[in-house]
Design a protein around this ligand. Structure first.
Ligand code: KIV
Ligand code: ZN
Length: 390
């Protein structure tokens, strides 16, 4: 294992600008890509996959500019398994202080069938292309696309070829989100145990979320020895998306007792980048999305609100400040209780005696039955009405 990955350190490889942008409709402009890259660099992402340079002139320009501007992150570009793609990728990333070429080929039976390569021909292609990439750059990542549906013996064989040809990171993509957590761990563990040279390189996990298991699969892979997680902000990505950066980072922080691994991410920057990615990609974050959803730190029910007012640990396993929010959102609605109402009114400057609260609470519930959410203005109006009726 190289010095960039210590036993307990997990590298965060963000592919919002490549795999994330591949979601139909999520295209970002040149300037938006530069802005997101700067935010990723600033929050401590180790490797930014900035794009697919051969895909278009625009992607080439964005990757080149991101490479020039990066402060500490490694800048990576994607290339298929041919010299033209790899050369184009190198032309873009070479401006970075720490460039990386990421080249891949589909190794499962379904994917081998597309370029009509038999196993030996594909093995030869892998050897040639990884060697070529390594002659250009000393930081080469190789991915057997659809690794999790590739025959195990063939996966071992091609991973060994890529390592011998000079790959420094081997990424194991669960391209179609087909794997379950135990399997995800087994694949990494068995690769480490069986492939010669495996201890010299870093294994990465790259999961898609088709069955909603991307985060669990990524963490299982880490427990089995992977030391790089590939992910995107808000889980943006094709179909059901990729592993969400905010989920793996916070899971490793909050459950460090059972998953003792560190990342270099400044989690306080999560909320800001989540909102920016949602806005530039046009992909709104679902309300109940873990960590960054509007409701992730919101409470409406009386029992929860009462608990939260007494001790926030009753219903929150992390503090909103940990991810860059200023405070928990106590939402006033028909499930809210007296304690929350008293506290909200006190915030608005209304200190009520018990008998006054009783009266206002009845009218608050009547209003809440008619209105989904009660805002501060509604509460002020309620108090004004109660003054008028006295
Ligand atoms: O999901 C996938 O297989 C990919 C590869 C290009 C790494 O995104
Ligand atoms: Zn992918």
């Amino acid at each position: 294992m190289t010095d960039t990955a210590k036993q307990d350190h997990v590298l965060i490889f963000d592919t919002t600008l490549r795999d994330g942008e591949q979601s139909p409709g999520a295209t970002m402009t040149h300037d938006e890509k530069l802005e997101i890259a700067e935010m990723l660099d600033d929050m401590g992402v180790d490797i930014i996959e900035a794009g697919f340079p051969i895909a278009s002139e625009g992607d080439f320009a964005a990757v080149s500019e991101i490479a020039r501007r990066a402060k500490s992150a490694q800048i990576c570009g994607l290339a298929r398994a041919n010299f033209k793609d790899i050369d184009r990728c190198w032309e873009a990333v070479k401006h970075a202080a720490r460039p990386r070429i990421h080249t891949f080929i589909g190794t499962s039976p379904l994917h081998r069938d597309i370029p009509k390569l038999n196993k030996d021909q594909m093995a030869e292609r892998i050897h040639e292309t990884v060697t070529h990439a390594r002659n250009l750059c000393d930081n080469v990542q190789w991915s057997p696309m659809d690794a999790t549906r590739t025959e195990e013996d063939y996966l071992f064989r091609v991973v060994e070829i890529a390592i011998k040809a000079g790959a420094t990171t081997i990424n194991i993509p669960d391209t179609v989100g087909y794997t379950a957590p135990r399997e995800s761990a087994d694949i990494i563990r068995r690769l480490i145990e069986n492939v010669p040279g495996a201890d010299e390189i870093i294994f990465a996990t790259h999961c898609h979320n088709d069955l909603g298991m991307a985060t669990a699969n990524s963490l299982a892979a880490v427990e089995a020895g992977a030391r790089q997680i590939e992910c995107t902000i808000n889980g943006l990505g094709e179909r059901a998306g990729n592993t969400a950066l905010e989920e793996v980072v916070m899971a490793l922080k909050v459950r460090n007792d059972i998953m003792p691994y560190q990342t270099g991410i400044d989690a306080k920057k999560i909320m800001q980048i989540s909102r920016r990615v949602a806005s530039v990609s046009g992909f709104a974050v679902q309300y109940n999305k873990a960590i960054v959803g509007k409701n992730a730190f919101a409470h409406e029910s009386g029992i929860h609100q009462d608990g939260m007012l007494k001790n926030s640990e009753t219903f929150e396993i992390m503090r909103p400040e940990d991810v860059g929010l200023t405070e928990t959102n106590i939402v006033m609605g028909k499930h809210s209780g007296r304690a929350a109402l008293r506290s909200k009114l006190a915030d608005l400057g209304f200190e009520l005696a018990d008998n006054q609260l009783k009266d206002v609470f009845v009218r608050f519930k009547e209003l809440a039955d008619r209105k989904k959410e009660i805002f501060e203005d509604d509460l002020i109006a309620l108090m004004r009405d109660s003054d008028a009726s006295e």
